[in-house]
Design a protein around this ligand. Structure first.
Ligand code: SAM
Length: 218
């Protein structure tokens, strides 16, 4: 299988065809070898129009959702970005093509470890991964120009708002266990936030102090 061709078709048919236009996002999606972020037995499915399992009952998101969420962050290059939910490391790698520094938090050790190995292997050097409860953000590294949450949250954890830089954007799926709405929240002033709905979506739960409790999701 020619993965470069599969990736080009993925971008044309799943991403550009559905209206994602930001050239920085398109270029990043063309560049990152998505198949490397799933187990080898799934490489041939890595460019399909769907999420895939990555172990520990977690998923790598559908390519279109990765592109749409990245576009919603409105990056122009050079930013400092926080991702919650490292998972496979794929979304972090896409962000790292545009932003200058990516900080990513994962609560499951085996996923964080594997993501680190793959990112190192493909030469992605501007991603820092921390094993922790990401529902409280990453206070020591704040403020962030963008925060992207790749798991579904019952509400907007207050730490994310506090850790946004002026004009910073938070992209987060908010809602129930089964369905959420992807929201973009822009910090317009110290305590002034503008909120917009982007699209309906379905994510695995954000589990932690300011998210779902583990007992609620088994
Ligand atoms: N961004 C990932 C990728 O590109 O593969 C996909 C993320 S997957 C849909 C959601 C991830 O969020 C899972 O790996 C899960 O363990 C993680 N997660 C859930 N709650 C978390 C929390 N409180 N802190 C950090 N990670 C969390």
């Amino acid at each position: 299988m020619d993965y470069a061709i599969a990736r080009r078709l993925m971008v044309e048919r799943q991403i550009e065809a559905r209206g994602v236009r930001d050239p920085l996002v398109i270029e990043a999606m063309k560049r990152v070898p998505r198949h490397r972020f799933v187990e080898e037995a799934l490489w041939s499915q890595a460019y399909g129009d769907h999420p895939l399992p990555i172990g520990e009952k977690q998923t790598i998101s559908q390519p279109y959702m990765v592109a749409l969420m990245t576009e919603a962050l409105q990056l122009r290059g050079g930013e400092k970005v926080l991702e919650i939910g490292t998972g496979s490391g794929y979304q972090a790698a896409v962000l790292a093509q545009i932003a200058s520094r990516v900080y990513s938090v994962e609560r499951i050790a085996s996923l964080a470890r594997r993501a680190r190995l793959v990112l190192d292997d493909i030469g992605c050097r501007n991603v820092n991964i921390k094993l922790s409860d990401g529902t409280v953000g990453w206070e020591e590294e704040a403020p962030f120009d963008g925060i992207i949450v790749t798991a579904g949250s019952p509400g907007v954890p207050p730490g994310y708002l506090a850790q946004l830089a002026p004009n910073g954007r938070l992209v987060i799926p908010v809602g129930g266990r089964e369905h959420q709405v992807l929201k973009r929240i822009v910090r317009q002033g110290a305590a002034d936030f503008r909120e917009e709905d982007v699209v309906g979506c379905r994510f695995v739960p954000l589990i932690g102090k300011e998210g779902w409790s583990e007992g609620e999701v088994v």
